[in-house]
Design a protein around this ligand. Structure first.
Ligand SMILES: [Zn+2]
Length: 155
């Protein structure tokens, strides 16, 4: 399956060096619609059907606190590069339109302001070393539900 995800921007994202600050006021700003144009976030089920790998589980982790947010399955292109995360069943809407997950992501960023954050992916079942870290969402045992995590959060 072909998709129109910009390979140059994807390469820059993988390198961790973006060409500009997003939505900034200066000359280097990229408007958010341009940044998101062509991103195949709704394509998880189609990519899986086409044989793309979506088995690893992704997390946003704080390296300073024992807490991580489950992002769902990590979908990789045929070269192994990450395309997107997808929580829930393959037919579920994109992560950005799952209200509790979206709110949880914003709460996580707020709670861990100025903490060292990493986005990681592990093979299913190998995600959690016995480190006492609480996993928010993802449906695993011993974690915290998204509903509980975002209760009372107004951000
Ligand atoms: Zn933290």
């Amino acid at each position: 399956m072909a998709h129109d995800w910009d390979p140059e921007l994807h390469r820059q994202m993988e390198s961790g060096v973006l060409p500009a600050m997003l939505d900034a006021d200066g000359d280097l700003g990229i408007p958010l619609p341009a940044y998101l144009a062509g991103w195949p976030e709704d394509g998880f089920a189609d990519f899986l059907s086409a044989g793309f790998d979506g088995t690893d589980e992704g997390f946003l982790t704080c390296e300073g606190c024992p807490e991580r947010l489950a992002l769902g399955r990590a979908l990789r292109d045929r070269a192994g590069a990450l395309l997107l995360f997808h929580a829930g069943e393959p037919g579920e809407v994109a992560n950005s339109r799952q209200p509790e997950l979206n709110a949880a992501a914003w709460r996580f960023l707020t709670v861990h302001f100025q903490h060292p954050l990493r986005v990681v992916a592990y093979p299913a079942g190998e995600r959690a070393p016995a480190d006492g870290c609480v996993t928010v969402g993802g449906g695993g045992s011993g974690g915290m539900s998204l509903t509980a995590y975002v209760a009372g959060f107004t951000g």
